[in-house]
Design a protein around this ligand. Structure first.
Ligand code: FE2
Length: 423
């Protein structure tokens, strides 16, 4: 007797529906027909079942702080950093925790159960670090939160930046962050990269830096981060987030850069919602899109994932922590609309993100923890087109969120017309 069977699930890569058997919190059988009985059954009825969404890049400490103390009028990264700096001294533990918990409830409802969140470590009190470590522990039954020590005001630019970042790691933050393009000079940006990578090597930690988040075609921190990844043998452990300058770089230079990145084993994260909103702000027309070169990175064999980055904070006033919305924006801004590309987009908010976070046991496979999401869609393209309703979210074999189908009923004549946007 199994605990739960999900009947008639569509799965990416399978040409017929499958039953998914769950026992003791894990997937125990995935086959076209499971004959066993179960305590509980859910009929997916041909709907797509995917592993939980992964947000490979987020800022939980700032989420839902929109308007505190002011709104970002210019829409630029730098004004956002100034607003956040003005808010920091007045932050208190209760407020940070309340916002973080509210956001994580949204995440669960959206089926986003694995999140890498940067946390600002340039506040001398490290208050947000302490609160988010507590939130991570409290929410661990339902959601996996991986924290990155992020020196928002610059590792070298912030007084005591290095000591604060080290203290955050000692408190239990598990990934080393950075922001080389915000240091005072290109040389100091490079110096920060070397210091952070050597620290990662010494401590055996992962690295995820905000890297070249600008429209400057001559920003070259990715080159330095790639070289340090190779020199120190950190391949597979280092992620470069944003890489927006790559959008504007000279094509010849990028043709040299991509193979070096592939050779080093570095991974990349693109944040479509935020990049399309923040980049190109100093342009008149034409305005650059500013997203990094995702199809080219993938073609070069470099793992790329998507992040949501922000929800209602000093940088971005919108969002519901919906990773399908991120994939939807990516499809448009990156011109990835082909049927095969839809599966690639879905991978960037699921399995490719899990690889960035170095998650073991991820995916709908026998023996893995029974975490998955039933979508009101039958394939990847439909899931992204509709930003499909999350009908059930499973965590360790238990349904932890129920969503309502998104249908409509028209009253145009005598008989109501049922609208189902799937076709
Ligand atoms: Fe970020």
């Amino acid at each position: 007797m199994l605990d739960h069977i999900i009947r008639r699930a569509s799965l990416i890569g399978a040409d017929q529906v499958h039953d998914i058997g769950i026992a003791d919190d894990r997937f125990v059988e995935i086959s076209p027909r499971i004959e066993a009985d179960a305590v509980e059954e859910t009929n997916a009825d041909g709907c797509l079942v995917v592993p939980p969404f992964v947000d490979a890049h987020f800022h939980l400490d700032a989420a839902l702080s929109l308007g505190q103390p002011t709104l970002n009028q210019s829409g630029t990264l730098l004004e956002g950093i100034q607003i956040w700096a003005a808010l920091k001294p007045s932050l208190n533990a209760a407020a940070i925790k309340e916002r973080a918990m509210a956001l994580l409830h949204w995440s669960i409802a959206q089926g986003t159960l694995i999140i890498r969140s940067h946390v600002d470590v340039t506040d001398p009190s490290l208050l947000a670090v302490e609160v988010l470590l507590e939130v991570k522990k409290e929410m661990s039954r339902w959601i996996d939160l991986q924290l990155v020590a992020f020196p928002q005001d610059g590792l070298l630019r912030c007084p005591d930046g290095r000591a604060l970042l080290t203290r955050a790691l000692d408190l239990g933050v598990e990934v080393i962050g950075g922001i080389p393009h915000y240091e005072r000079t290109m040389a100091q940006g490079g110096e920060s990269i070397t210091w952070l990578c050597e620290l990662a090597e010494k401590r055996g930690l992962l690295v995820d830096m905000h890297c070249d988040e600008s429209d400057d075609p001559l920003s070259r921190h990715i080159e330095h981060l790639t070289a340090e990844t190779s020199r120190l043998g950190l391949g597979g452990r280092v992620t470069a987030s944003h890489l927006t300058s790559m959008h504007s770089m000279d094509n010849y230079y990028v043709s040299k850069l991509l193979p070096l990145m592939a050779e080093s084993g570095i991974q990349a994260v693109c944040n479509p919602l935020i990049n399309i909103h923040i980049q190109g702000r100093h342009d008149t027309y034409p305005k650059r899109r500013g997203l990094t070169r995702v199809p080219e990175l993938l073609a070069a064999g470099i793992n790329v994932a998507f992040g949501h980055d922000c929800v209602m904070d000093p940088w971005y006033p919108m969002g519901t922590h919906d990773m399908l919305e991120v994939a939807h924006m990516g499809a448009h801004c990156l011109q990835m609309m082909g049927a095969a590309q839809a599966e690639e987009l879905l991978a960037m908010v699921t399995s490719r993100g899990a690889a960035v976070l170095n998650q073991q046991d991820y995916g709908i496979r026998k023996g893995n923890p029974a975490d998955c999401v039933i979508l009101q869609a039958s394939d990847a393209m439909q899931a992204i087109r509709l930003r499909a309703a999350r009908l059930q979210v499973f965590r360790r074999g238990r349904i932890i969120a129920h969503g309502r189908p998104r249908n409509s009923e028209l009253h145009l004549g005598a008989a109501p017309i049922e609208i189902d946007f799937r076709r």
